[in-house]
Design a protein around this ligand. Structure first.
Ligand code: SF4
Length: 254
């Protein structure tokens, strides 16, 4: 810590935080039995952040991708072919968040590239975006065997990657696709049927919960409801809402 400060010089919060975190990590090392392991990890991470200084969003997204590629924090790493970190525009206004990679995604290492992905592409295009304009990611970065629903401990182990991606991108709105994505963001245990279409927030960012495209493949009559939700997203963004018969509105498909 600096001994003296000149007039007009801002207080060195970074140095102070670094000093405190270093002290706490030292204490955790000596009296580890008194501090929960998670707290030690947080402090350790805090110390690393203080040492490396602020990162730009590209660096953060790359770091998240590298960490996820190497991650073995849950049992799903044993089954994966490729880690599916997410892709898209780091400056996206809209981020679509799904549940977990499926078979095709696991093989290609890219999110939403199977049948559900093709439907998501049509929804994105109907909204007036190109796929490369938005960012697409999942809560889990590795595929659960046979596409089973993720276990709570898998979500718990993996969701920090998504949160870091979202904080770095800082979109205007997040579209959460299905119960797993919505509940991971909101820390809730609600049915998507109950909360879809109701705009809410995650860390001050708007969230629009809606049905997952895989669900729409099984229940195509629900496309109309998703389109209603996407119209709300467009209105929120101040973008034009295409009318029926214009473009490739998926809700008009049978
Ligand atoms: Fe790690 Fe997530 Fe893959 Fe589990 S699903 S091994 S937490 S990257």
């Amino acid at each position: 810590m600096r001994q003296g400060m000149r007039k007009g010089e801002s207080f060195p919060w970074g140095e102070l935080l670094g000093y405190l975190s270093r002290k706490l990590v030292d204490m955790a090392g000596i009296q580890q039995y008194r501090l929960p392991r998670d707290l030690c990890c947080v402090l350790d991470e805090l110390l690393k952040v203080m040492e490396r200084g602020p990162e730009d969003k590209g660096t953060i997204l790359q770091r998240v991708a590298t960490s996820a590629q190497e991650c073995k924090a849950c049992g799903l790493h044993k089954f994966r072919n490729k880690v599916v970190v997410g892709e898209g525009n780091p400056d996206a206004e809209v981020v679509f968040v799904g549940e977990a990679p499926g078979e095709e995604e696991d093989l290609q290492g890219r999110p939403f590239v199977g049948a559900a992905g093709k439907l998501l592409d049509r929804i994105i295009e109907a909204m007036g975006f190109r796929r490369e304009d938005v960012f697409i990611a999942n809560v889990l970065k590795c595929r659960p065997p046979a596409n089973r629903t993720p276990k709570p401990q898998e979500v718990e182990a993996c969701q920090h990657f998504l949160m870091e991606q979202l904080r770095a991108i800082s979109p205007k709105i997040i579209v959460s696709l299905g119960s797993v994505a919505t509940n991971a963001l909101l820390g809730s245990q609600q049915s998507i049927t109950r909360i879809r279409g109701q705009m809410t927030q995650w860390e001050g960012v708007a969230v629009m919960p809606t049905y997952h495209p895989s669900y729409l493949l099984r229940y195509p009559e629900k496309k109309k409801e998703v389109w209603e939700d996407m119209k709300k997203v467009l209105t929120f963004l101040g973008r034009p809402v295409p009318k029926r018969g214009q473009g490739s509105n998926p809700s008009e498909e049978s």
